[in-house]
Design a protein around this ligand. Structure first.
Ligand code: IPD
Ligand code: CA
Ligand code: CA
Length: 257
């Protein structure tokens, strides 16, 4: 087994263990705290999953650094060497209120280049992953390159934040597409663009851990994953993003005010 295969099977086994912890938590009471506001919540399970992954990574890859949403990992100010970028639960509000529509996400970058990306939809038992230059998959199914569909022929997901911050922009996108969807998990919405269920995903402020895993998967299926300005993503800050095939990407950019 080469190094990538070893890493890949370890990560898959950790994701399944972490998913078991989350499923078990469905029968227990969650400890819920506000982070910055009423709509920005964190649970004991966000931290528990991040600690679980942190311990696994440091045990097997002690020289590699970790950037996690819940700050269990290192203080990352550059992307030199190997950096694991983790979102223990993407879609925490859905996790709390629906016990569904959330994902565990891991992206592995070397000197700023994405090599491995994992988005695990725990409840649907769908693991989206990609290995740089080796394609993207949903479980055992290889994802084909995306079609260059125009916006008018596909469903578009946007983040709730865009609706609140710029309803006119949201309305323009809705009018130009087959319809709008707001699901509440940047990771799952990106995975659904990569698997052809959606034609684009747009969000005005995503953190590095919302982006890292999905960007590796997106690149393997020929999607454009960039800032709304057209610039490359900067994984050391928040970004306003569009994920789409290049045709739809340009259409959204042309309409962006
Ligand atoms: C959030 C979700 C949401 C997106 C937010 C993210 P979290 O992640 O992905 O869909 O709109 O910007 O912060 O906080 O649930 O991990
Ligand atoms: Ca997230
Ligand atoms: Ca999270």
């Amino acid at each position: 087994m080469d190094q990538i295969d070893k890493r890949h099977s370890l990560i898959k086994s950790w994701l399944h263990e972490a998913a078991d912890l989350l499923r078990e938590s469905f029968n227990k009471e969650l400890e819920i705290k506000e982070k910055t506001s009423r709509t920005d919540l964190v649970t004991n399970m966000d931290r528990e999953i991040e600690v679980f992954l942190y311990e696994k990574i440091t045990e097997h890859f002690p020289d590699e650094r970790i950037l996690g949403e819940e700050s269990v990992g290192h203080d990352i100010r550059d992307l030199e060497g190997i950096v694991w970028i983790i979102d223990p639960i993407d879609g925490t509000l859905n996790f709390i209120k629906q016990r569904a529509n959330f994902a565990i996400m891991i992206g592995i970058y070397e000197d700023g280049v994405g090599h491995l990306g994992y988005i695990y939809d725990v409840v649907r038992d769908e693991l989206y992953f990609a290995i740089r230059h080796n394609g993207a998959f949903c479980n055992d199914r290889r994802l084909p390159l995306v079609e260059e569909l125009p916006l008018s022929e596909g469903l578009v997901a946007i983040s709730n934040r865009l609706v609140v911050a710029d309803a006119d922009e949201a309305r323009r996108i809705a009018k130009n597409s087959s319809g709008l969807r707001v699901n509440g998990s940047a990771g799952l919405e990106t995975a659904w663009v990569a698997s052809g269920k959606l034609v684009a995903y747009i969000a005005p402020s995503l953190a590095p851990w919302d982006i890292a895993a999905g960007m590796v998967i997106a690149e393997e299926v020929g999607l454009v994953y960039r800032q709304v300005t057209g610039e490359k993503i900067n994984l050391l800050q928040n970004n306003a993003v569009i994920v789409a095939n290049s045709h739809a990407f340009q259409e959204i950019r042309n309409e962006w005010r």
